[in-house]
Structures are given as C-alpha cells and as structure tokens.
Ligand binder design. Structure first.
Ligand code: XMP
Ligand code: MG
Length: 184
C-alpha cells in the first residue's frame, strides 16, 4: 500500500534490496583485503548506510556527518555548513562517503574538499540516487543505486520532505498538492 501523500512509487523495496546487494558485492571486490572507513551523511542516508554496511564482508568502521542545507524546501544550497563532524581520524584511510542523493553536487564536492584536508588515502562516493542531469559541479559517483534524469523530488528510504516520509520502505513521488500546501 502506497502512502496517501504519494502519487507513485519510483523505486520498490525489492529494487532497493537488489541495488544494495549489487553495490555491496562491488565494494567487497574493489576493496578486498583493505579496511574501509564509511562516512554516512545524515540524515537522509541512514537506511542506505544500515543496508550497505550489512553487505560488507571487510574490516570497516562507520562515522557520521551532518551537513545542513538552508531552508526546508526542495532546493539545495551552494554553501556547506557542517552541523556534525566526524570523530574518527581518517588519515591514511580508504574513505567511502554514503549519501542519499547526488544532485547538483555542491554538497559532496565541498565535503570531499574538506575531508581531503584530513589526509585520507582516498575518498570514494557511494550514493543511493544519482541525478547526473542536475550536476553543476565536476563530481561523479563511484557507486550508485539508481540514476534519475527526470527532475523529480523524491521521498522515502531516508529521503524527506520537511523531515517527513523518511520511514517509507520505497522511493516515491509526492502528490503535487503536498508541495503547494507548505509556505517555504
Ligand atoms: P546537492 O545539490 O548538493 O544536493 O548535490 C544533495 C542534497 O540535496 C538533497 N536532495 C534531496 N532530498 N529528495 C530529498 O529528500 C530529493 O529529491 C532531493 N534532491 C536533493 C539531499 O539531502 C542531498 O543530500
Ligand atoms: Mg534531505
């Protein structure tokens, strides 16, 4: 049953499980014999983080960052504001960033620059959803779950609209009246 505020499901639970399995296998192969430091970008990437981590057969740790974007609407800001920083020392480590959506790329390109200063061995990007058509920075995902060329605002599986709908086990598009109802 689809949530009453949603128009249609664009990624089903089954498709999510298959993508997570595929990415997990790929990471296990690519990093065989290595240790990985995952950095999960809160809030949106928490279900993706939990699912990916359970597919990893290698030594790994996970740390969390929270990066704010301004307002509560559907846009993205060009300025990086770190609300919560990592506590682990990533010097010399293989870092994989876990993100919900790679959209314009402002968030991740700023974040990669910031983390690179801490001297990791390398930084790769693993995003649940990639929207390459919307990119405004030169950055690409090393691992992605799903590509979306259409500019749809998505909710579910960690993705929110005004902090709601993160709990949906699928990814969906909201009904237009849900957008137009809010003030910002
Ligand atoms: P940029 O543009 O910096 O943005 O790559 C990435 C961040 O923007 C948010 N974002 C979305 N959040 N549904 C969401 O819930 C969407 O369709 C969407 N598009 C972008 C997201 O938080 C991501 O971290
Ligand atoms: Mg969000």
């Amino acid at each position: 049953m689809i949530n009453k505020d949603c128009e249609r499901i664009v990624v089903s639970e089954k498709e999510i499980a298959e993508a997570v399995e595929r990415i997990g296998k790929q990471i296990n192969t690519d990093y065989a014999g290595e240790e990985i430091t995952f950095i999960s970008i809160l809030n949106g990437s928490y279900p993706f983080t939990a699912d990916i981590l359970r597919k990893i057969d290698l030594d790994c740790t996970v740390d969390f960052m929270q990066v704010s974007s301004y307002g509560s609407g559907t846009g993205s800001s060009g300025t990086l504001n770190i609300k919560r920083d990592i506590s682990a020392d990533i010097r010399g480590k293989h870092v994989i960033l876990l993100e919900d959506i790679l959209d314009t790329g402002f968030t991740l390109s700023n974040l990669v620059k910031y983390l690179a200063e801490k001297g990791p061995a390398d930084i790769k990007i693993c995003t649940f959803i990639d929207k390459p058509a919307r990119r405004r920075e030169e950055i690409s995902a090393d691992y992605y779950g799903f590509l979306f060329d259409e500019d749809l605002f998505l909710v579910g599986y960690g993705l929110d609209y005004n902090q709601k709908y993160r709990n949906l086990p699928y990814v969906a598009v909201l009904k237009p009246e849900i957008y137009t109802k809010t003030t910002d």
